[in-house]
Design a protein around this ligand. Structure first.
Ligand SMILES: O=C(CNCCc1c[nH]c2ccccc12)Nc1scc(-c2ccccc2)c1C(=O)NCc1ccccc1
Length: 328
């Protein structure tokens, strides 16, 4: 079988949210599909009202198929310092018509302010590898790992678009969603991420070396090796690294060069205008870059700024995992 669901960008393409039905009768929550983590967690009836105000919540008590997983807990802290934690149920989860009857649904007993203030986000649906699922004492499977054997092909695809709705597909490649050929690279799953290597990159004609990083639908920006970010902004007049902002900034009027990287023998280009991420504050004439260095992060992250420039295939046949990139 296969399934397809529309995903909608938040303001500034900060995240994309996708409707998911949980429980019986189905309770619809808008989740951030996240290939950079591996937990399906939701705002719930156990989340204090002061933290869940404005959000849709999952109420296991209203679902005839919800089953508590006694003694199971989870707690996650992300690199931006945001966090959430709670307990675990199993229940039916439906994504784009694909349904798994006993998906681990991690209900939040608390969430940090970053999540509270993102009122359209009702939780995350992890699409990383289940090896880094945060449930204790026993790690749980992601939705993709649970349904993979029922899919026509063991893959999911993402087509994020700048400031307009896109699509997540499970189990098939919809060839109308891409124009160029799909170029595949082998994925190293050791860290639990979709880690791949771009064999080269170029900025304004200057060619650079290889970049190994993760494909992360849950991180907004492209956090690239410090030297790569430096090389990029050396081509942007009046760009500078602003310590107080924690990144490269430049005049919003600047025309930014494209950033091209080669993966699986094919070229993907992030258009310069995607790299002009946003004014520091609404109306400011100084803008923050969509490419930043990854100093102190310990990961190189090809986040949404990179992913929305392509049609991307995440395939895991069991013994090998691959990532495919195509122009669109
Ligand atoms: O966690 C994810 C994907 N889910 C994000 C969900 C999420 C976290 N706040 C959210 C807020 C709203 C919506 C979703 C999220 N990716 C990875 S892999 C390695 C790191 C990392 C490790 C150490 C240090 C830094 C990053 C991260 C990371 O923390 N990214 C978020 C981020 C955010 C801001 C800046 C850098 C990285």
């Amino acid at each position: 079988e296969s399934g397809s669901v529309v995903t909608t960008p938040e303001v500034l393409d900060q995240a994309w949210l996708t409707p998911v039905q949980i429980g019986t009768p189905g309770q619809t929550l808008n989740l951030d599909f996240d290939s950079g983590s591996s937990d399906l967690w939701v705002f719930s009836s156990s989340t204090p009202a002061s933290q869940s105000r404005g959000h849709s919540v999952f109420s296991p008590g209203k679902s005839s198929t919800a089953k508590e997983s006694p003694g199971y807990t989870w707690s996650i802290t992300y690199g931006d310092g945001s966090s959430s934690s709670g307990t675990v149920y199993t229940d039916v989860v439906d994504v784009g018509g694909l349904s798994f009857p006993s998906q681990a649904v991690e209900t939040a007993n608390r969430v940090s302010p970053e999540f509270t203030q993102e009122t359209n986000l009702d939780g995350l649906l992890g699409l990383g590898f289940s090896t880094i699922n945060a449930v204790k004492p026993t790690a749980q499977n992601t939705f993709f790992d649970n349904i993979k054997s029922d899919l026509n092909q063991p893959l999911w695809t993402v087509d994020l678009k700048h400031q307009e709705p896109g699509t997540y597909n499970f189990g098939n490649i919809n060839s109308s969603l891409h124009t160029g050929e799909i170029h595949y690279a082998i994925v190293n799953t050791r860290r639990g991420f979709w880690t791949f290597t771009a064999t080269s990159y170029s900025v304004g004609g200057a060619i650079g070396g290889s970049i190994t990083g993760i494909a992360d639908t849950g991180t907004t920006l492209a956090l690239l090796p410090t030297a790569v970010a430096k090389a990029y902004y050396s081509k942007v007049p009046d760009a500078l690294y602003d310590n107080s902002q924690g990144g490269y900034v430049f005049p919003c009027a600047a025309s930014l060069p494209d950033f091209t990287f080669t993966v699986g023998g094919g070229e993907i280009t992030i258009p310069g205008n995607y790299i002009n991420y946003a004014p520091l504050t609404p109306g400011s004439k100084t803008c923050f870059g969509g490419i930043q260095g990854n100093t102190g992060i310990g990961e190189v992250i090809f986040g949404d700024v990179a992913l929305k420039s392509a049609f991307v295939v995440f395939e895991n046949s069991g013994d090998t995992a691959r990532i495919g990139w195509a122009k669109k």
